[in-house]
Design a protein around this ligand. Sequence first.
Ligand code: GLN
Length: 477
Amino acid sequence: MIDLKSLTIKEARKKLDEKEFSAVELAQAYLDEIKKKNKELNAYLEVFDDVLQQAKVADAMIAKGELKALTGIPIAIKDNILIKGRIASSASKILENYVASYDATVIAKLKEQGAVFLGRTNMDEFALGGSTENSAYGVTKNPHDTARVSGGTSGGSAASVASDMSLCALGSDTGGSIREPSAFCGVVGLKPTYGAVSRSGLMAATSSFDCIGPITKTVEDAQIIFDAIKGEDKLDSTSHFSQGRSLRKEGKRIGVPWDLINQEGIDPKVKENFQQAVKNLESLGYEIKDIKLPNCLALYYIINFAEVSTNLARFDGVRYGAHKDGKNLLGDYLLSRGTGFGKESRRRILLGAYVLSAGYYDAYYGKAQKVREALKQEFKELFSTIDLILTPTSPIPAWKIGEKSDPLSMYLVDIFTCTANIVGVPAISLPSGFMDIESLPAQAGKKLPLGIQFMAPHGGEESLFDVGKKFEGDFLG
Ligand code: GLN
């Protein structure tokens, strides 16, 4: 029996190499777990039927000594990342039967390493949301309390790692979609520097914010995957080679935006947990400094709506997507898009068209771009006085399925995460403990995970791994 609960990529690598178990045995162990749990949690939209064949190929590589970091490592892939010959639906009805015609660059890199793809994971449609409740294929439940959401938009990926239905996963992050579900599910999630990982083959949500990144159990595992997928790519003109920057890896100055954290709307238990994390970091020798950070939600959403409405224009039922016949061409479009897209996608298409319209462009989108530049400058100055920024990952823990009925309350959850995407800096969410759920007697004894987030300057992933390992080590005792 392989003990999946405590298994990490690092240990699996060692045991595969030492032939303690084979890639086929490892893959089978995950398939068994998926069989037991996925019906209830709904983390996977599809489990691939050739998992064991893929694992056999990995075993052959291992037998030949062709060892790479991820050879034989089972990984779950978010449903907006293309794998050639497989369906990629972005959890939307409009792409229900869309089959990818090429591999995303990250997939090509993982294939080359001999990773084993377990399946495609559930998400909010087109990566718009924060709970996977916007999926056209049902919500992903939180493995720690199935009455609650797993977070989103990479909820399926985070839940699969947290429930041992995968060893690790890829997610995408436009405003928090790797970090928030990681925090809700008690796992590690990294949003890399914008451009450090190629976006080729990732379905675009907000092209200037989108990043692919790992969701894992440990910081070291996140680093292993990041190293395997990063790098400049000629298929993504915004990608760049981010290594080799002179960063203070051992930076000990951590800025905390207390004003932003001490606002109304932050759950008192989140605040308490955060204050404890700050104390732990102080005892590890970090210096905590009070900094000011603006609330960037309005800025984030104006740019998000604008780019989403533009990016989703390609799904017209002609070039891509399910086609519905109307009376004429316009009728075709209206019917295909009207029935193919879910509510949140339609909302953002409308709002995006509005902020980009001739009369309002300058007031909204144009102004947002100016503010974005000013914010980048502000961050540059900030990072000359501190090495890292620390916040809770989310202002609230995982909520009950269906509890948030208005979109605005869901948007507010991104208050700490969206800033890194606007500026393009890397950020990591780390598990920071649990809170008791006391509200319902039936839930007594259940605990919900919480997370903290570090941001570093552009290209500063190494400093995130460094502080992450120390915090995690201290935390796990
Ligand atoms: N919650 C944010 C949004 O709805 C972030 C989503 C994401 O990162 N993909 O846009």
